[in-house]
Design a protein around this ligand. Sequence first.
Ligand code: COA
Length: 336
Amino acid sequence: MKKRERAILNAHITGVGKYLPEKVLDNKYFESIVETSDEWIRTRTGIVERRKLEEGGTSILATRAIENLMKNTGLKAEEIDVIIVATVTPDMLFPSTACLVQDNLGATNAWGFDLSGACSGFLFALQTGANLVESGLYKKVVVVGADKMSSIVDYTDRTTCVIFGDGAGAVLLEPTTDLSLGIQDSILHCDGSGRDALNMKAGGSLNPSSHETIDKRWHYIYQDGQKVFKVAVKGMADVSAEIMQRNELTSDDIAYLVPHQANLRIIDATARRMGISDKQVMINIDKYGNTTAATIPLCIADYYEDKKLKKGDKLILAAFGAGYTWGSLYLNWSLD
Ligand code: COA
């Protein structure tokens, strides 16, 4: 049964926030450290520049994004019930980044946790947060996608180092009895048979840190780009078309596709499959690169800030990432 048919409360987004560190790494910088070119990076990925956090961990990115959300909405730290941090670059394995963010904010009434869904992390966290709100138990749930990818990027590997960047985006979820607003439906998947195509092998319980894991460069991202590209194109396009179909949405109904920003060519393929035009697609990969869990909330925050969103707009969020993980989520926007 679709969620909408059983809900008496819907979770909807009532505020957004974002944080991008100041330091910019442009394509020229990569020309100086690996054998690449501005032209290759632009045409193969769509990326022009990305950001780098010079000091501190992911908790700093997440905290700053939530502070920005609090400034935009008037939300007070002590009003927050739950903090969910979607990330693959936690400050440390434990305590969770959510605990560190709770302390940074002084969110004295909140509990929280980290969610590891790689590039689909924000989608998974948004659905999880929505379920907490719709249970009736929690009224103010903050969902943040935050990643300091520069901490796990191998700056000698040209096939991955040019792609990733640091950043964080946050949303506030609250309940509404207007079921036409907020999160309407989602289709989420994971398939661990993709584990060898995109991973960071060491630092967990399987391959604890050792001299050997360092020598083998296992503390960095490994990606088989072509393999992931093929499954990402199919996965993201299929699941976006499926959510439109089962909610009887046509391309004209959709205000925006909000795609994970991994590669402009994957985004274009998804948009084509949905039959939507370029102006119906949120894009900021040129400015920030792939910020993993942060790409989708950063898109939403940028477009909201630029007044390109209006109440009632139908958005389809879609992502594909390590695991594999992938999915789509359909929501009706609530803010003007
Ligand atoms: N600069 C210049 N040349 C590069 C390069 C770079 N930064 N990176 C790779 N190349 C080279 C390769 O070595 C290869 O050279 P060869 O033909 O001499 O062997 C050539 O470019 C083509 O490599 P390929 O891997 O086929 O490139 P691509 O078009 O697939 O682009 C990615 C590489 C990583 C950008 C692309 O595969 C991709 O986006 N993959 C999916 C990423 C994704 O969605 N991840 C999931 C979420 S994180």
